[in-house]
Write a new protein. Structure first.
Length: 234
């Protein structure tokens, strides 16, 4: 479904990602792991057209998307929930969700998606008229994911969805990700919590200093004590 072939990302003289080969099949949850600054978020940004690639190519459903405008990539069925949530604090929950559907035209389908989102996130339905900036951190993370779902993606990318959240809220977020997967959504996940992400993922790629050092099934990565200790801090 998503294929990165020999992809590199540079910021001036700094090469953030080097020759990355990543594949995500339909219906999978794939996780990108590794320490801060290893190139994981830069990889997601490159997929969304937020960072130009300096080498290689990116394909989504056999369509070349590297070099494509971000809005067009969203229209093709890809979306990203960014690190730090980045909700529009001065807008209501409802207005944030409406912005998530900005690339869509069919009002009936948008209403249907919004109903689905409120079913997944009942707290957001209760607080639809509340300003996003007054929500708790966990509620803002739910809103950020819900806003992404409003674009009706076929592949959802999540960048550090558990960052800064209390353990009980982290459990809720991961249960939500599992539910989205059961509903048929393909997910590419960047997450510092290696243990929890490998529990819900099918496969993983371990980044170190901009390169993929290891890849395999979640079971393979979890059973490799060297990998867990050297790259994942567990």
């Amino acid at each position: 479904m998503l294929l990165l072939e020999n992809v590199s990302v540079s910021y001036g003289p700094i090469q953030a990602v080097r020759n990355a080969d990543i594949a995500v099949k339909k219906g999978e949850v794939v996780t990108l792991l590794g320490p801060n600054g290893a190139g994981k978020s830069s990889t997601l940004g490159a997929v969304m057209g937020l960072h130009p690639i300096s080498g290689g190519q990116i394909l989504f459903e056999d369509r070349l998307i590297s070099g494509m405008a971000t809005e067009k990539i969203v229209r093709h069925g890809l979306t990203l929930t960014p690190e730090g949530r980045q909700v529009f604090a001065g807008l209501t929950v409802y207005e944030n969700l409406r912005l998530g559907a900005a690339a869509r035209q069919d009002r009936k389908e948008i209403r249907e998606t919004r109903s689905m989102v409120f079913e997944l996130f009942p707290i957001l339905s209760d607080r639809r008229s509340q300003q996003a900036g007054t929500l708790s951190g966990g509620e803002q993370q739910q809103l950020a994911i819900a806003r992404s779902l409003m674009s009706k993606p076929r592949l959802l990318m999540l960048d550090e969805p558990s960052l800064g959240l209390a353990p009980v809220i982290v459990d809720q977020i991961f249960r939500l990700i599992s539910r989205l997967r059961k509903n048929g959504l393909t997910i590419l996940l960047v997450e510092q919590n290696a243990e929890m992400s490998l529990q819900i993922a099918d496969r993983g790629y371990v980044f170190a200093s901009g390169e993929i050092e290891k890849s395999g099934t979640s079971k393979e990565l979890r059973s490799s004590s060297d990998i867990m200790a050297a790259y994942l801090g567990t």
